[in-house]
Design a binder for this molecule. Structure first.
Ligand code: UDP
Length: 244
């Protein structure tokens, strides 16, 4: 039955870390996670055998947890260890970044040391554009460019803060501190309803081990710290150990 639903017809799009296949059922897409890892807008790239499987497993676990907690996501069905069936959605080209602790571009831009806890979570948007390098963009820019409505942006912000609370709790139980993360939302193909899309994995989050501040995320790759796959494996192992 599922195999009929996701009978693949052609590649729709190949990105840096995933391949999207068109399905016979037009409201579905088959997503295959690749083993590629990239940073700095694709300037640095490598193949890490097994990364696709790890990110798929971590993201699926998180999306299932979010669904149980009332967040509508694009996830339909896990197909195999690196492939999932998702609802087709029109991706809103404004990525949402939520931060609990200063790190990365926030630390650089605003001169705050990495690791400084923020008094409240911050939410920002960045334009999803590889050619422009995903610049920071504000709500007024986004509506002026017709990328999303004010109501959609308000809802994205509300959902992102709720997801932050849910994920911070989940990771804390796994002995991990959620520093920051990126989300993507889309409009479902038929209903137009807002869905959480893309993935949530150590590629799109900063995750520090509680007690040691050891980095368990893509910064290990960006900053040549080594042990990238081991740290992703550790995140999965810890999440699997949490009673959901
Ligand atoms: N992030 C992402 N994709 C992007 C940009 C950022 O997944 O295109 C994630 C990144 O992994 C981190 C958070 O969003 O968890 C904040 O990233 P930041 O703005 O600090 O940028 P970076 O320092 O990664 O360039």
């Amino acid at each position: 039955m599922i195999m009929n639903m996701c009978e693949v017809t052609e590649i729709l799009y190949e990105g840096k870390s995933k391949i999207l296949y068109r399905c016979k059922d037009e409201v579905l897409i088959l997503v295959k996670y690749k083993d590629s890892v990239t940073a700095f807008n694709g300037e640095k790239s490598d193949e890490l055998f097994g990364k696709g499987r790890l990110n798929a497993a971590i993201s699926n676990l998180i999306y299932e947890y979010l669904e149980v907690n009332g967040i509508k996501t694009h996830l339909v069905k896990v197909i195999d260890e690196s492939s999932v069936l998702v609802k087709k959605a029109e991706i809103i080209p404004a990525e949402v970044i939520v931060r609990n602790v200063a790190a990365g571009s926030f630390s650089k831009k605003y001169g705050v040391d990495e690791g400084v806890a923020l008094p409240h979570p911050t939410v920002e948007f960045s334009l999803k554009s590889d050619t422009l390098g995903d610049p920071l963009i504000n709500v007024s820019h986004i509506t002026a460019l017709g990328l999303a409505t004010s109501a959609e942006l308000e809802e994205m912000k509300r959902l992102s803060l709720l997801i932050n609370e849910l994920l911070s709790g989940l990771f804390q139980k796994a002995g991990i501190r959620l520093i920051d993360f990126k989300l993507e939302f889309g409009r479902a193909a038929e209903s137009g309803e807002l869905l959480l899309c893309d993935e949530i994995s150590p590629d799109s989050c900063r995750l520090w081990q509680i007690g040691t501040d050891c980095k368990l995320d893509k910064d290990r790759y960006r900053r040549d710290l080594g042990g990238v796959l081991d740290s992703y494996e550790e995140v999965l192992r810890r999440l699997q150990g949490v009673e959901l």
